[in-house]
Design a protein around this ligand. Sequence first.
Ligand SMILES: Cc1cc2nc3c(=O)[nH]c(=O)nc-3n(C[C@H](O)[C@H](O)[C@H](O)COP(=O)(O)OP(=O)(O)OC[C@H]3O[C@@H](n4cnc5c(N)ncnc54)[C@H](O)[C@@H]3O)c2cc1C
Ligand SMILES: NC(=O)C1=CN([C@@H]2O[C@H](COP(=O)(O)OP(=O)(O)OC[C@H]3O[C@@H](n4cnc5c(N)ncnc54)[C@H](OP(=O)(O)O)[C@@H]3O)[C@@H](O)[C@H]2O)C=CC1
Ligand SMILES: O=C(O)C(=O)Cc1c[nH]c2ccccc12
Length: 371
Amino acid sequence: MSCSSSPSSSPSSLQRNCVWAQGPIIVGAGPSGIAVAACLSEHSIPSIILERSDCIASLWQNKTYDRLKLHLPKNFCELPLMGFPETFPKYPTKYQFISYMESYASHFNVQPRFNQIVKCAEFDPASQIWVVRTQDFVYFSPWLIVATGENAEPMIPRILGMEKFHGDVVHTSAYKSGDGYKNKKVLVVGCGNSGMEVSLDLCRHNAKPYMVARNTVHVLPREILGISSFGIAMALYKWFPLKIVDKFLLLMANMMLGNTSHYGIRRPKTGPIELKLATGKTPVLDVGQVAQIKSGNIKSCDFFTQDGMPKTPFPNGWKGKHGLYTVGFTRRGLSGTSSDAVNIANDIADQWKTLKKDINNNSHIILLNNS
Ligand SMILES: Cc1cc2nc3c(=O)[nH]c(=O)nc-3n(C[C@H](O)[C@H](O)[C@H](O)COP(=O)(O)OP(=O)(O)OC[C@H]3O[C@@H](n4cnc5c(N)ncnc54)[C@H](O)[C@@H]3O)c2cc1C
Ligand SMILES: NC(=O)C1=CN([C@@H]2O[C@H](COP(=O)(O)OP(=O)(O)OC[C@H]3O[C@@H](n4cnc5c(N)ncnc54)[C@H](OP(=O)(O)O)[C@@H]3O)[C@@H](O)[C@H]2O)C=CC1
Ligand SMILES: O=C(O)C(=O)Cc1c[nH]c2ccccc12
């Protein structure tokens, strides 16, 4: 990002606003920024952390729901040089994670400069110095460390007609709990870990969540026989190729959770860990969501893809819910059409028979064009 104007233009105020950092400049006081400052301090290297909010780990403090727990065991989530307290449970709560972050920062005497929004950073080739501007100051250092996080900015998609909707539209980063949603229908858009866990929380507050799954997603049990799936995957990966590790995870997932595509959650073709490494897409770790989807407490709006194709793959894509069917959307030409047509006709014929029986038993129902 280029810096076109300084916060203040006169030479004297410019000097007042200049900060020559003694060591690297770190942008962001989340776990990443604090961890790198701690590691530098072990080498007796000072640093400056610039943080836009007014606290450390602001994502965890301000942008997460009440019920959040780490979804990997604590040994996979600890920062360098100082682990979690022994007394913490295997999956610490967000409050425990925040308290760990606070102890960590104070142990390494990490003191970020808060309320500093980094607006731009530019490398000056002549002096080999980074020039980093916030709303108040210009900071200079030969080193710039970006630790602004993968989940820094909430994104609410533009949905046609949304402005006419009079209910709340809330990003998961602003969602705290299902309190206040009792008996309400809530559409949850997105089925990553956030969407899935918010849907579960809504269920537990007796709301009625509906989920949109526009794409494929891997759901894995959080644990297999009491051991974290992630831990098993990492252990296997030391000895076996990735594809074998993924095959094992999928076998276990299918045994423990069943075929999730029956409930509108289709799996990507690439395995879960291979996909995570290639694209960053994290598998959903199940902590009870699948049971709620199976029992119909979380409903899935999932018959058609965005481009109008049935979501369930051939040969099972012909039947939706509430009497909705598709014929001929199989990418298999006329043989696909034949398969769909037979299935649909058989399915409707079964219902037809039941309906006729009901009509014969209830003489007050009149069927037009009754044969
Ligand atoms: C709900 C949730 C749960 C998660 N659970 C786990 C888990 O269980 N296990 C796991 O391994 N990972 C988990 N993750 C992944 C997550 O990315 C990490 O846990 C962690 O917070 C990442 O740390 P970070 O410091 O890189 O980013 P962040 O925590 O996002 O911190 C970035 C910081 O940079 C600041 N910043 C951004 N832009 C600027 C700017 N321009 N100027 C100044 N400051 C700026 C932000 O205010 C923020 O404080 C979770 C993520 C989320 C969203
Ligand atoms: N307990 C825990 O530890 C938790 C951890 N996390 C972590 O936080 C990180 C962020 O997770 P999360 O917030 O779920 O974000 P993700 O990016 O993982 O998931 C976003 C989801 O929203 C979908 N989506 C985006 N835009 C649209 C749209 N316009 N219409 C329909 N669907 C849409 C995406 O679909 P598509 O795939 O098609 O892009 C995807 O399914 C992850 O690393 C996750 O593991 C989150 C919550 C809890
Ligand atoms: O919680 C997250 O988003 C993580 O990035 C943790 C994580 C890294 N690799 C994984 C593989 C499977 C599940 C979670 C993770």
